[in-house]
Every structure is written in structure tokens, then in C-alpha cells.
Design a protein around this ligand. Sequence first.
Ligand code: G3I
Length: 321
Amino acid sequence: SNISLKDAATTFSVGTITRASWVKAGGKHTEILKKEFNNITSEYEMKMNVMYPSQGNYDFSAADAMVDFAQANGMNVHGHALIWHNATPSWVENFAGTNAEFEAMVKDYITTTLTRFKGKVRSWDVVNEAFEDGSGHPLRNSVFRQKMGDDYIKKCFQFARDADPDVLLFYNDYNMASSTTKRAAMFKMVDELGDLIDGVGAQMHISYEGPSKSNIEAVADGTVSRGLKLHFAELDIRANPNKDITTLTDDRAQEQRAKYKEVVQIYNSIPLANKFALTIWGVRDNESWLIDFWGNADWPLLFDSNYNKKAAYFGFLEGLQ
Ligand code: G3I
């Protein structure tokens, strides 16, 4: 069949990531974006270190390019991510003012950004990856927590809600499926946000071997039971987590296909009211962040380096039947 991902997924958006240079260049990348996807997330250029490079000096040029492309092509934009310890500009890390001045700066940044993109960006990750890894999953000791207190997350959601009551506000994190303790810590925090939060973003950087179907379902169940929208926000499925293959063998490609099918089936079976988007963290295998991150060959996405559909692409479609 030649049906596209977005046309097959009739009850939720199918997203991927892009960059300003890629949407400007056009070509095969934007051809695939237009054909297969109806939601885009900026892989990098809507993070604080890019949008707010120095105090009082915003640079929305890259964000504007992506938002303009989305508007021109009837796509939604998911804003990623207002507050993230890994994308904090150095001037914020080394902020010289008082805690009150820091908080006022954060409020101004969130207000300025949401106001600019009101009506063009449907949703934002207000805070990304606030919890430590490891055992107890306390809040990371980011500069935001240090200067604004443990309730910095609630404060940032309040700033966002006040700036634009219509935009959907998400909390986003990883290992939600693979760590029951991290999942519990995240949902406890979500409960404390009350009606300030609209949705949960589970990144879903997983592998063909896991997490298990039941653990992925636990993330969906926890979100649905709270009446929140679920975003599978950064789905990619490592085919080579054990570094045991040097090319994507047919067997492994079929196992990856089965895992994509399983994840899509789980997402597609949540109630309509909780549906939002399923975002794949990349178009072509060779562009995936995780190859550099893990330092070995892998083929985690739906298209190969020549933009050809892989078995995984058809696994996605099978998950929708
Ligand atoms: O574009 C600049 C270039 O101008 C500059 O010369 C160069 C050298 O600094 O950097 C280039 O930007 C890079 C950017 O990716 C775009 O390629 C940054 O260095 C690099 O740090 C950035 O990495 C991104 C990373 O988040 C950090 O922002 C990855 O592409 C992106 O896939 C990754 O995505 C994260 C999610 O946001 C949160 N969840 C985890 C996920 C994987 O780490």
C-alpha cells in the first residue's frame, strides 16, 4: 500500500524532528516530512541555549523557520523544550543576580517565547528530564531548582499557563517504561501539578529487546488514568544495543519491525481523549543522535540513509490496523 503514516494514523498526529537548515534546504527531507508527517519537533533549535543565547537577547530565527514551514504545510509544531538542564545557556548557569531576579528572568523567557508562538506551536515541553537516573530518582539539582526551589517545575508550568491558556503543556522524560521507580516519581510530580499540565511525554528511546509491552502499557495507563494526553515523544528503536551486528540483518530488521508495531498498537489503543501525537526521533537512520551517543553502528528509524522505507516503516503501519 502507498498510504502514508499520517493518513493511516487517523486519530493522532505522526511527528518527527527537523532543523531550520533542513526545512530551508527542501529536497527529499521535506518531501518525506510533507508526505508522512503532520507534526514536527525541533531537534535542537527550540531549546533555551539556542532561543535565548544571552540575557535580554532572544534569537528565534531558527524556530521561526520551522514554524513557518509547519504553517505552510498544515503541520502542528511541538515545542521542545523550554527548561532542560542539558540545554541551559552558560549565562543562565552562571547567573549573577538574586534568586528573585533569576525567577523573573525565567518567567520573562517563558512568557516571551509562548507569546511569540501563540496559535502556531500547539504544545510545549515546559520541563524536560527533571529527575535523576539511578535509584531514588530525586529531582536533578539543576540551576532552576537551586535558584527557584523544589517547586520550580510548578512555577514554570504556571508561567506557561499564564502566558497562553490555550497551548498544551507537557512534562517530558525518558526511561518512563524501563524504570518503575522513575515512572512513580514522575507521576507523583505530575499529580502535584494539578490542572497546570495537559500531557506527559514519554521519550521512548528503546530497543528491539525492550522495555516490555507491559511496562510501556504502564506509562500509557498512568497517563490515561489521570486524564492527560500521552505523547510518545522521541521514539527510536535500537537494532544493535548489544553491538552484535555490523549491518541491519533481515532477522533483526523484522524484530525491530515487530517492536515498532507493538509500540504503535499500544499508542493507538489509548482512548481518543488521551491521544495527541507519536513522534519518531528522526527520519533517516544515519541522522540518529544515538549512533554518536552509543558509539556504534545502528539503524533505529523508519527510513534508511537513502530515505527508503524499512521493514520498521511497515511495522508502524501494521500497528494501526
Ligand atoms: O548546529 C550546531 C552547530 O552550529 C555547531 O557548530 C555545533 C557545535 O556545537 O553544534 C550544532 O548543534 C548540535 C545540535 O545537536 C544540532 O546538530 C549540538 O552541538 C548538539 O549538542 C545537539 O545535540 C542534540 C541534543 O539533544 C542536545 O540538544 C541532538 O541533536 C538531539 O537529538 C538530542 O535530543 C535529546 C532531546 O532533546 C531530549 N531527550 C534526549 C534526546 C537525545 O539526547
